[in-house]
Design a protein around this ligand. Structure first.
Ligand SMILES: [Zn+2]
Length: 306
């Protein structure tokens, strides 16, 4: 499948799925402000009208944890979660290093695959059209005119293993990657909107006292005791996810598989995961769907309007 066709598919409205999730904290949870080295590490609070400053679980923490589950599932079975060949390939080369620099390619093609992939993603019937196609699509991917001209020269010389070619393939493959379509990547926003998880009732916090560890020598830093504030087990949170226009049914399948996995095994969020902190269980899940792909007459019929 060509990049152009995939972009068209991504532009089509399909449906909106709203998922409401109840989470229960099962072990002390600390999501902090990143103020390492302080004697008192508070949990992150935000001001919610009518409730005051309360500890929340920020969307970024939830997105990171869900994304890791999705990556694990997709990579363990790329065939199950892809409809097209390029999708399967995109999952295989999806880069999961959390600390990859912003410029690192998200889907670096494997050695020797560049020619086939480039011809396939940017294909056209004639050489002349092929060049036009490359121009249009690279422009859409955010490449500068200068880089596009340079890349076309490289292609004309048949140097498909060039870094610029690999970069173009990597950017194009992101559109074929169900993980990136769900959570987003450098070039586009994800289709899954994730809110902050908000406590259902009042929140009780307590403190743990720990000994600071010097990072350089891995020994206890003398006199460096610190207190870690945590949300007590049993606290319930509500989380809302909205999946908007997932382009293929495999994206939806991958999303449901992720939530099933979380329902079975829970998630671990925040600080000190190695000591068993931050275990969160998914208790309940409610969904609502608005389907745009159905024929409008069908919808009217169901509503008894025709
Ligand atoms: Zn990806």
């Amino acid at each position: 499948m060509r990049l152009k066709e995939m972009i068209e598919l991504l532009e089509k409205p399909t449906k909106i799925i709203k998922i409401e999730i109840d989470l229960t904290i099962r072990s002390p949870l600390h999501i902090g402000l990143g103020d390492k080295g302080e004697p008192l590490l508070r949990v992150l609070r935000i001001n919610i009208p009518g409730k005051g400053y309360i500890p929340i679980i920020p969307f970024s923490t939830i997105r990171g944890a869900l994304r890791r589950v999705t990556e694990k599932l997709a990579k363990s079975s790329p065939d199950t979660y892809s409809k097209y060949r390029n999708e399967e390939y995109a999952i295989l080369v999806h880069s999961t290093q959390p600390d990859q620099g912003v410029k690192a390619p998200s889907h670096p093609p494997k050695e020797g695959d560049s020619k086939r992939l480039f011809r396939e993603l940017f294909k056209a019937n004639t050489e002349e059209l092929f060049e036009d196609n490359i121009r249009i699509m690279l422009d859409e991917l955010g490449f500068t005119n200068n880089k596009i001209t340079q890349l076309i020269e490289i292609i004309k010389r048949g140097e498909y293993e060039n870094d610029l070619v690999k970069d173009a393939i990597s950017s194009a493959l992101a559109f074929f990657c169900p993980i990136c379509r769900i959570y987003g990547t450098l070039s586009f926003a994800g289709r899954l909107m994730i809110g902050d998880a908000i406590p259902v009732d009042n929140v009780v916090t307590d403190f743990l006292t720990r000994v600071g560890i010097r990072r350089d020598t891995r020994t206890a830093a003398e006199g460096a005791l610190f207190s870690l504030e945590y949300v007590v087990p049993g606290t319930e949170y509500r989380l809302i996810l909205v999946a908007k226009n997932l382009p293929t049914e495999t994206d939806e399948k991958l999303l449901w598989a992720t939530l099933d996995y979380v329902k079975k095994y829970g998630l671990q969020l925040g600080a000190s995961k190695s000591t068993g902190m931050g275990v969160v269980e998914m208790k309940d899940l409610k969904t609502e769907t608005i389907d745009f792909s159905a024929d409008i007459h069908e919808i009217w019929n169901k509503m008894g309007k025709i």
